[in-house]
Design a protein around this ligand. Structure first.
Ligand SMILES: [Mg+2]
Length: 247
């Protein structure tokens, strides 16, 4: 895989990890489901596959994975892969709402990325870029929020913007729902980790969407603490209204 460029490599690893996870669902090695079995098996298998691929193709790059031990040498590295091997793992085996996130950050800027959503049969990437959305935002903006925040974010957005709100799991799936035009924005006020947001943000930006914190501030990546306060991924014409509601 070392012959692939960064964009191709991100897409290839996201796709192959998704394929391996689908294979695991079809032939689970554990009979236990849910918190005690399948999702942990998926997390571990996907993490090891991604790390093996990156070690082989880009041996000098740093890696920050949700499932790995954080190596502080990444803070001195220019090239850092930020990955979530299985995003939305509590849905793994229960719904199509789980994803694989692969992003390369160069000097803090997401540069090449891919998000695979095997349950929807698609891998989105920064290259080739997703098709731009050409439809207009309707009278009632459609906004996806996290299930854990739906009673808070969902109610705020419903009341202030008369939004139609839906709640699903997986940051990657919510972001790709905006990319494919199912909804107009994804809003999450509760904080999340860089591996939740990095690849989805890079792909969403490639699709012409605007990504920022819920207070409108710029997103930063490869920080010492990978926790980030809130995320908006939105059609450009809606983002100012959403920031007003959320701050
Ligand atoms: Mg995960």
């Amino acid at each position: 895989m070392s012959e692939l460029d960064d964009q191709q490599l991100a897409a290839e690893i996201a796709q192959s990890t998704g394929d391996k996870l689908v294979g695991l669902l079809q032939n689970p090695r554990t009979s236990r489901r849910g918190f005690s079995g399948l999702e942990y098996e998926g997390d571990a298998m996907a993490h090891h596959h991604i790390v093996d691929c990156l070690r082989a193709a880009r041996p000098s790059d740093a890696v920050l994975s949700e499932e790995g031990i954080d190596d502080p040498s990444r803070l001195k590295a220019s090239r850092v892969w930020i990955v979530d091997p299985l995003d939305g793992s509590s849905d793994f085996g229960y719904s199509p709402h789980w994803a694989v996130h692969i992003a390369l950050v160069i000097d803090g800027v997401p540069t090449a990325a891919a998000v695979a959503v095997p349950g929807w049969g698609t891998t989105w990437a920064t290259e080739p870029k997703p098709a731009p959305i050409t439809s207009k935002v309707g009278d009632r903006p459609r906004i996806v929020v996290s299930r854990s925040r739906s009673h808070y974010d969902g109610r705020l957005l419903q009341e202030a913007l008369n939004a139609e709100v839906v709640a699903v799991g997986s940051a990657g799936v919510k972001a790709m729902a905006v990319v494919r035009g199912d909804v107009d924005a994804y809003v999450h006020s509760g904080g999340l980790y860089e591996w939740d947001s990095c690849a989805p943000v890079a792909v969403a930006r490639a699709a012409g969407l605007v990504c920022c914190r819920t207070d409108g501030a710029k997103l930063e990546f490869n920080k010492p603490d990978p926790w980030s306060p809130g995320l908006i991924i939105s059609r450009p014409e809606l983002v100012d209204d959403i920031v007003d509601v959320m701050t």
